[in-house]
Design a protein around this ligand. Structure first.
Ligand code: NAD
Ligand code: TYD
Length: 362
């Protein structure tokens, strides 16, 4: 089996769902269930014996030791993190605790387990660390996209904490020989995205008749990748990536934020026109910019394509249409997240479900 951390969050849940749609290899899913962790994301796996969920912290060494010894995973994939830049500006400590200290403790637990494996299992084992393009800092308008050898120059508490975790992963390979892989991906979008991030926030605010907040001039550029393409890249790196290497993952979809806002508005005009005949773009509201806001991210994804033959399946146009359609088709998911009811939902839906809540975990 594989051990996935943070598998109740946006990307982790998409990864677990896609993994089990394509393979019968079981997943042990360790997630702390912070505000961003939502077991409702995994509702389709209710009663599925291939999915074992454990609520816990990647920094809990005793829990990790017990889970690793009991389940003997062939790989650990670390998605768990505090992930929202704006939250990191207001409350950086949680980011250091999970992204830095948590990753350190996870690495130590995994190293102890890995060192105790028999030679063939030891050689085949992988620790895959899921990271972000934000560790590279901000690009000037005409600068070349981030390659894997770009300087690491994080600017926000979030990106600094992720860069620190990347360095730890690298050091655990160089110092202890732990067989690690690191992926640095651009901005994801798609189903199950918590509506504090730009694209889901735009969709839910637009439908609720609320303002669509654009930070500053809205000309900041992000490089967008449909989440399921990120998941396929991670599967590919796990299967064939060279140990110790970094793979940048991106969709070659650089767009200024304001263009994203107009695209989402136009799709909603088409798919859910407003009753009063007005256009969603009338809700756009420019608000104060984020402090230290990075101006441009762009990923050079040639290495993963050249070495591993990976390419995204979706264009931005196809992916954003699917995303808007998903939010329109899942108003209950949105309502539960917005009201906080997804936490109650966990209790009512899963309290007695052994397949999802691993009762035999400590
Ligand atoms: P998310 O915030 O939606 O989910 C994070 C998950 O981790 C949640 O389920 C949360 O409960 C869990 N978690 C948090 N702290 C934990 C801890 N101490 N122990 C165990 N679980 C914990 O984040 P996401 O967008 O799904 O991102 C997943 C990973 O991908 C992160 O490492 C992030 O840095 C990286 N990443 C995200 C993006 C993006 O656009 N969202 C892009 C590139 C890389
Ligand atoms: P976000 O989804 O928070 O991702 P990140 O900061 O990790 O790139 O934001 C994407 C871009 O959208 C970023 O440039 C900030 C901007 N943004 C807004 O303009 N308005 C908003 O309400 C939010 C949440 C983000």
């Amino acid at each position: 089996m594989i051990l996935v951390t943070g598998g109740a969050g946006f990307i982790g849940a998409n990864f677990v769902l896609d993994w089990l749609a394509q393979s019968d290899e079981p997943v042990l899913n360790l997630d702390k269930l912070t505000y961003a962790g939502n077991l409702e994301n995994l509702a389709a796996l209710q009663g599925d014996p291939r999915h074992l969920f454990v609520q816990g912290d990647i920094g809990d060494a005793a829990l990790l030791a017990q889970l690793l010894a009991q389940h003997q995973p062939r790989a650990v994939l670390n998605f768990a993190a505090e992930s929202h830049v704006d939250r990191s500006i207001h409350a950086p400590e949680d980011f250091i605790q999970t992204n830095v200290v948590g990753t350190l403790r996870l690495l130590q637990s995994v190293r102890a387990y890995w060192q105790g494996l028999e030679a063939p299992a030891r050689a085949a084992f992988r620790f895959l660390h899921v990271s972000t393009d934000e560790v590279y800092g901000s690009l000037a308008p005409t600068e070349a996209a981030f390659s894997e050898t770009h300087r690491v120059e994080p600017n926000s508490p979030y990106s600094a904490s992720k860069a620190a975790s990347d360095h730890l992963v690298r050091a655990w390979h160089h110092t202890y020989g732990l067989p690690v892989l690191t992926t640095n991906c651009s901005n994801n979008y798609g189903p199950l995205h918590f509506p504090e991030k730009l694209i889901p926030l735009l969709i839910v605010n637009a439908l609720a008749g609320k303002p669509l907040p654009v930070y500053g001039d809205g000309l900041q550029v992000r490089d967008w990748l449909y989440v399921k393409d990120h998941c396929s890249a991670i599967r590919r790196v796990l299967a064939a990536g060279r140990v110790g290497e970094i793979y940048n993952v991106g969709g070659w979809n650089e767009k200024p934020n304001i263009e994203i806002v107009h695209t989402v508005c136009a799709l909603l005009d088409e798919l859910r026109p407003k009753r009063d005949g007005s256009r969603y773009q009338s809700q756009i509201s420019h608000v104060q910019d984020r402090p230290g806001h990075d101006r441009r991210y762009a990923i050079d994804a040639r290495k993963i394509e050249r070495e591993l033959g990976w390419k995204p399946a979706e264009t931005f146009e196809s992916g954003i249409r699917k995303t808007v359609q998903w939010y329109l088709a899942n108003p209950d998911w949105v309502a539960h997240v917005q009201s906080g009811a997804y936490r109650d939902w966990v209790q009512t839906q899963y309290a007695s479900s052994h397949a999802l809540i691993c009762n035999d975990a400590p």
